[in-house]
Design a protein. Structure first.
Length: 80
């Protein structure tokens, strides 16, 4: 049986500050690991969008990935 795919949605925003980047990566990674333990294939936008990608292109990548998922997992900071 194929694993259900879950897109992790949360705040990425300006990650030019290395400390902010590490915190946000850790938030997504924790959720990714938790979903994997539950048997899901997690889609982590922090891993599928290359660092330095322009916002518009990043959104194209993320929206394509989102459309290929069965569920969405919202991090607490998904909304500004």
């Amino acid at each position: 049986m194929k694993k259900s795919r879950v897109y992790i949605a949360g705040r990425v925003g300006d990650v030019s500050d290395p400390n902010v980047l590490r915190i946000r990566q850790a938030n997504f990674e924790r959720r990714e690991k938790a979903l994997a333990k539950l048997g899901y294939k997690a889609v982590n936008p922090m891993k599928i969008v290359p660092q330095g990608t322009e916002w518009k292109e990043a959104m194209r990548i993320c929206l394509k990935a989102l459309c290929e998922c069965d569920y969405i997992s919202l991090l607490p900071d998904w909304r500004l």
